[in-house]
Design a protein around this ligand. Structure first.
Ligand code: PBG
Length: 336
């Protein structure tokens, strides 16, 4: 049907009509809020590169998690910043590290909130790589020797009460290694949401400042994916499902909408899109300069990821999105 019988504008005329025709929505219970937990005593240390985000003590992280839960946010994902780093990243599996401490507190204060723990060594190694290095090398990560260490970290977080462990290291075979270690330790119910598709992206810059995890030598292109590839993304996704992943993450978010779509069509498990630190900082900074409306850019990017096929959104905007969802529900109710 074409004009004049078809008039696309009929369903755009006012918000009620736009709302009835809306194909995708954002739901608070499918939002995942990233939280940085440090070992220091200071409650909140603002992260300069990420407006509105801070490094939190385990106590402050629990308070923040409770506030997020009361706004309806479904999950938090925790990143640890240890007091000390070493060559093998042993802080990653310390049972009294900032992440296990935060998990225990959050599970007490907000039992209904789904707690994810990011599993990687880069925040814990003194060289900043995501695994241990081959003897005598400065940037060559030993895949198979790293697997048991990642598994050890995952078990420590499960032990503390994490619902989900999310390996972000990009070592081959880590989902299978983590699954078998969890099962052997009796944590058969702990879910694995793997960063199956993680590109060697420029957009992780602010995160690395926040976590102090910039590699001392070299870069992560020897293990994170080449940004030019999408067929490879599908095969990584399928491999992780076969190894036992319960859900997958595609990262970064808005630069990879085509990848999200391809992965969504290739697997049946839930797929999350991660709008990473650089994407968030870019929007914050442009808004700060008056170049764009932050509120609208936040919704447009969230809906873009949903439209491309993301079931879940991991985003530093989680709290703001959930607050707006509540406000608009209230506004709609009082208009009735
Ligand atoms: C740890 C990890 C990183 C991010 C999530 N998990 C950093 C990296 O790989 O360098 C990035 C998240 C963000 O930029 O918001 N490996």
């Amino acid at each position: 049907m074409t004009f004049p019988a078809h008039r696309g504008r009929r369903l755009r005329r006012h918000e009620g009509l736009r709302s009835l025709a809306r194909e995708t929505r954002v739901a608070a219970d499918q939002l995942v809020a990233p939280l940085f937990v440090h070992a220091a005593e200071r409650d909140r240390v603002p992260i300069a590169a990420l407006a509105g985000q801070a490094r939190l003590s385990p106590e402050a992280a629990a308070a923040e998690a409770q506030a997020l839960a009361s706004l309806g946010v479904g999950s938090v994902i925790l990143f640890g910043i240890p007091a000390r780093k070493d060559a093998e990243g042993s802080g990653a599996w310390a049972s009294d590290g900032p992440v296990p401490r935060a998990i225990r507190l959050i599970k007490k204060r907000a039992p209904e909130l789904v707690v994810w723990a990011d599993v990687c060594l880069c925040e814990y190694t003194d060289h900043g790589h995501c695994g241990i290095l081959r003897a005598g090398e400065v940037d060559d990560v030993d895949n198979d020797a790293t697997l048991p260490l990642l598994a050890r970290a995952a078990v420590a977080y499960a032990e503390a009460g994490a619902d989900v462990v999310a390996p972000s290291d990009m070592m081959d075979g880590r989902v299978a290694a983590i699954r078998s270690a969890l099962d052997q330790a009796g944590h058969t119910a702990t879910a694995i949401v793997s960063y199956a598709v993680k590109y060697a992206s420029a957009f992780y810059g602010p995160f690395r400042q926040a976590a102090g995890s910039t590699p001392a030598h070299g870069d992560r292109r020897g293990y994170q994916m080449d940004v030019a590839n999408v067929r490879e993304a599908v095969s990584e996704a399928c491999a992780d499902v076969e190894e036992g992943a319960d859900a997958l993450i595609v990262k970064p978010g808005t630069p990879c909408l085509d990848v999200l779509r391809a992965v969504r069509e290739a697997v049946r498990v839930p797929v999350a899109s991660y709008q990473v630190s650089g994407e968030y900082a870019m929007l914050q900074d442009a808004a700060e300069k008056g170049h764009l409306d932050l509120e609208r850019a936040m919704w447009e990017t969230a809906l873009g990821m949903r439209r491309a096929g993301a079931d879940l959104l991991i985003t530093y905007f989680a709290r703001a999105l959930a607050e707006r969802l509540i406000e608009s529900r209230r506004a709609a109710e009082s208009a009735r």
